[in-house]
Ligand binder design. Sequence first.
Ligand SMILES: [Zn+2]
Ligand SMILES: [Zn+2]
Length: 401
Amino acid sequence: MSPILTDRIPVEIWQRILRFAIHVPVFFETDPTVVYGASAFPTYCDDRQYWDMERERNAFQRVCFSWYSYLRAFDHRLVYISDVLHGVVPAESLRRAYRIYISMCKRQCRKCRKADSHEGWTVPAPRSGRRETWNLEILEMDAEWDILIEYLSRHNRLANLGALIRRNHQHNTKLESICSLRFYYGLRGNEMQHLNNITTLQLQSVEWLRSHSLPQLRHLSIYLHTAALPEFVTWLQDHGYRLLTLYCQGIFSKFDVTPSIWLLCPEATALQLPPTFKWIPPPSSHPITHLRLDLALRLNLEEEACSYCGTAHPGVMEFPVLSVEEFIDSGICQAAFNDSWSWMVRGFSVPTDILCLVAILRMHGVLLVDKDHLTIEDYWVAELEVARWGIRDYTNVLFGF
Ligand SMILES: [Zn+2]
Ligand SMILES: [Zn+2]
């Protein structure tokens, strides 16, 4: 007997398709760089992709009742604390959120200001007997509210937390001490207790780095002073071979690394080097593709003609570490500067040759991007969107990575 043919697709298949259709890549990963590589950094804190997908989800919910019922389970994947304070989103949604953003609203309204000063924050009490673990996997903080940190830390609510982003100076480090994180961005990573899963780390303390084993660490952004450099180089000699990303920032009188940075970090595909770095080209076998450097202004007092357009630009943008020709000869395909395009385009008192530099590098197959990994075209599009739609500025990403 032949099987009965049907034109109905099983519910499980539809649900899988719908889940795929509302998936937001990068934004909901607790370990974005392991899944997507270092290219995930620029979009990890960009919530526009989430809101775009929420509009899609709302459209799907209007198709039929079964889709509506299924997709309701994905309400409030991202919750803004300010929306809870304003009463727009129910406090109960905190339990269901996969990502929570803690900040005052842009208007800094009275309710948010009161919460910021701990006057008006009434934490939603857990229902009696409800002590289940929350869905929360990613916590992003632009405000430091102790009472909220204490609330989140109770009843195993943070058992699933894998990524913690804290942009302000944190005096309460309870989150660092209790959570087993994979992604940490903050100033006081040295308070962390559970380190075996850490893959991505931003911190300032070399002493702490040397005294802990970080077997999974692959992406490191570190801020150093000259005095800490020898200790950091010693650490690199033992652990640099595992790094895929190293962003090294700070103030150095001299940045001497022995043996060369290419031998210390043989697998690194993204590097940031300080202006005092003594340039040595990478060997042709090295996998480096992205090099971030300072880009500094030199006044063109001799009125030299630009090699691209022939005019004498009043200001010339230069990498202090190496010449444009040396960069092109290095074979590295992406040059990054440690600033934003808005500063590069508008920040100087004299017109510069920045657009000619973009063109010269591009002629030789090198893409110039800013610290957010955006090209000049990306920047212009973002500026037009801000002007046309009034949406927020694009540059709200991890400034250390
Ligand atoms: Zn508010
Ligand atoms: Zn020019």
